[in-house]
Design a protein around this ligand. Sequence first.
Ligand SMILES: [Zn+2]
Ligand SMILES: [Zn+2]
Length: 179
Amino acid sequence: MEDEVVLDNLASSVVLKMQQIPQLSGLPISELEAIPLGRLRKDATRLHAVCRYQKGVRKAEISGPADVRCVDVHPAALTQDWQRYAAFLLYHEYLHALGFAGHDKTFRNLEALWPDEEARGMGKSFGLHLRKRAAKWLWTCPQCAKEYARNRRGKGRYRCRNCSVILIDVKAEAVSPKG
Ligand SMILES: [Zn+2]
Ligand SMILES: [Zn+2]
């Protein structure tokens, strides 16, 4: 399936699920579907998704979906393996779009209402996945097989954090264009 179709389908399912969360009732959830969806650059490693506001609108002034220009999601999250995480990312950005601008306690409490508990915890492994696919070298521990994704060779100068054994350089596989 094309990324656009995947993203549209995910967004619809996220909006549906949000309509079933009692704590969100009264918020303009159906308006979320009007927000244009896009993709981050495929080589982005720091951002997983972002909610971009209309020109001139400050974060503290967000009053609802009409203040949002678009929501962008990392294309690597749209693959089969990561779609549950992509749904959670959309949920996170949609909470911002509903006017919960910061990552304060209220936001985190609402974020924790997402029913897919496993997806809520996938951020760290997705970050690792992105760094790994961007890395040119995997400094590999010959003892415990732990891999450290890096852009330069280690040249025998670094040790494994677990075993203190000197890491060996293994060339990372080229990132496939479909990633
Ligand atoms: Zn956020
Ligand atoms: Zn090790």
